[in-house]
Ligand binder design. Structure first.
Ligand code: MLT
Ligand code: ZN
Length: 482
């Protein structure tokens, strides 16, 4: 380890002032561990620049002293992407103070938000202007724009408007040499070669520090209908999705699959929750239909007709539609609390995977069978974004497992799951990124051309590996030892 040069710290302290620079261990402590408590890092200073000029100055200074920087927003990464290395060599570069909404244009349907704007605050700000930012996820109370763009976040409403990549129309970022990439203009057409914006989306802060983004807005929702449906299998759920898509087209805003055991974990661990349907069902689906146009059919009557058709065609077992906004929220809470319930329940290995949508039902059943057969006592829940071909395939510890089960079983079970995903033509990271958690697996499983391109791009733009080291892109030494 090379500890940050005291002279650098001194210059940073003078540059950022007391609001933007601290070495107070108590202030820094919460930002050294990821929210799931799996990764622990260290850093002697927390840098919180107030604007992009200060970010550029920090990046230039860090470059001068060869000091690594770990950009951080809400610290809600699922893969340890914002946790500094444990050796204390890096400085945390927090974007949380940069939390201004610079502009909202109803004409262009664009909001320009700084990197530190929290997603829930973004939702509120654009709602006040009669617009909507159509991406949401469980961590919306802490996740920030910079982190969402840097990880190409997904969430529960990707089906209709896509991931952050589709919603990010422009980016402002500080590149590793301290230069500013001014790409905020939301141009519909721009053919000047490599798309730097798309390079930065999903780069996990390894190619530049995103300081602001222009994001796509859509009209606010006028009303919505949220249904909870009991189904026999993922196959039936996918048929149901196709039926709804065929008849409701663009109105479908969410379609999430929840296995019975994930629902029971939520009911057991999350206070105030109750099952929407009276009977037992092996699988459940949450569906949401919306409308923004008063001339369009009301979502409630549309969903009622669709569910009646689905019941008649044998595509579901039972269904209910929320009768109030509060009940709609309660249905979503069941879905959004799965991660939290699982955390309260005990050790589990998480896999955020995708395969082609049509192959997902077979994959969910066969992979779960194989993992249960091979590791007696474990339980498997695959839940989430079926319509995107992305589920969270979680393997939970046997009841009598020791507390360190994750550490002992992970190195065997996770590669096994990933091998099954790759054999099914899928990706080992659908929406959470690679971070540090999947770095070795990405090196083991990525095809050589992908790895070569990743490493070459990183080497060209950040040759000293100073931005978010140890995440996403292997160092030369990592490649040899996956
Ligand atoms: C989700 O869809 O709930 C999140 O991506 C988190 C997860 O459970 O892995
Ligand atoms: Zn998810």
């Amino acid at each position: 380890m090379t500890a940050p040069d005291p002279q650098l710290l001194d210059r940073l302290a003078r540059l950022l002032g007391p609001k933007g620079y601290t070495t107070d261990r108590e202030v820094i402590a919460p930002w050294l561990t990821d929210w799931r408590g799996r990764f622990h890092g260290d850093s002697v200073a927390l840098l919180s620049p107030a604007d992009s000029e200060e970010v550029a100055a920090v990046v230039r200074l860090a470059g001068e002293y060869n000091a690594p920087l770990v950009p951080q927003g809400g610290n809600s990464s699922m893969v340890g992407g914002a946790t500094p290395p444990a050796d204390g060599s890096a400085l945390i570069l927090s974007l949380r103070r940069m939390n201004r909404i610079r502009s909202i244009s109803s004409d262009d349907g664009v909001v320009v938000a700084e990197a530190g704007v929290i997603l829930a605050n973004l939702h509120d700000a654009v709602a006040q202007r009669g617009m909507r930012f159509p991406l949401t996820l469980g961590g919306k109370g802490s996740a920030t724009v910079g982190g969402l763009v840097s990880t190409n976040a997904g969430g529960t409403q990707v089906l209709r408007f896509g991931t952050m990549r589709a919603l990010t129309l422009g980016i402002e970022a500080i590149l590793p040499d301290g230069s500013r990439f001014d790409g905020l203009n939301p141009l519909k057409k721009d053919n000047r070669g490599y798309d730097i914006r798309h390079l930065l989306v999903g780069a996990e802060g390894t190619l530049g520090i995103i300081t602001a983004a222009s994001l796509r807005l859509v009209p606010a929702i006028l009303d919505r209908a949220v249904g909870w449906i009991g189904v026999d299998s993922p196959h039936q759920a996918l048929k149901l999705l196709r039926l709804i898509e065929g008849r409701a087209g663009d109105a479908i805003e969410g379609f999430e699959i929840v296995p019975a055991d994930s629902l029971s974990l939520v009911l057991r661990h999350i206070p105030g929750t109750r099952a929407p349907l009276a009977g037992e069902h092996p699988w459940h689906v949450l569906v949401e239909l919306d409308r923004s146009d008063p001339a369009a059919e009301a979502p409630a009557s549309q969903l009622e007709a669709l569910l009646a058709a689905a019941l008649a065609e044998g595509l579901c077992r039972d269904a209910t539609i929320a009768v109030s906004e509060a009940q709609a929220e309660a249905f979503w809470k069941l879905r959004d609390s799965i991660s939290e319930a699982e955390r309260a329940n005990g050790p589990a290995l998480q896999h955020d995977i995708s395969v082609p949508v049509s192959g997902m039902p077979d994959f969910m059943l066969s992979a779960a069978d194989e993992i249960r057969r091979t590791y007696p006592g474990v339980s498997v829940s695959a839940y989430g974004h079926l319509g995107d071909g992305n589920v969270h395939f979680h393997v939970r510890a046997p009841d009598d497992a020791p507390t360190e089960w994750q550490t002992s079983a992970g190195p065997t079970i996770s590669p096994h799951v990933h091998d099954l995903v790759v054999a099914a033509g899928g990706s080992i990271s659908a929406e959470h990124g690679i971070g540090q958690m999947k770095l070795a697996e990405n090196v083991r499983l990525a095809d050589p051309a992908r790895l070569m391109a990743l490493s070459a791009i990183k080497a060209a733009i950040d040759p000293k590996h100073l931005l978010n080291p140890g995440k996403l892109v292997p160092l030369a030494t990592d490649e040899a030892a996956p």
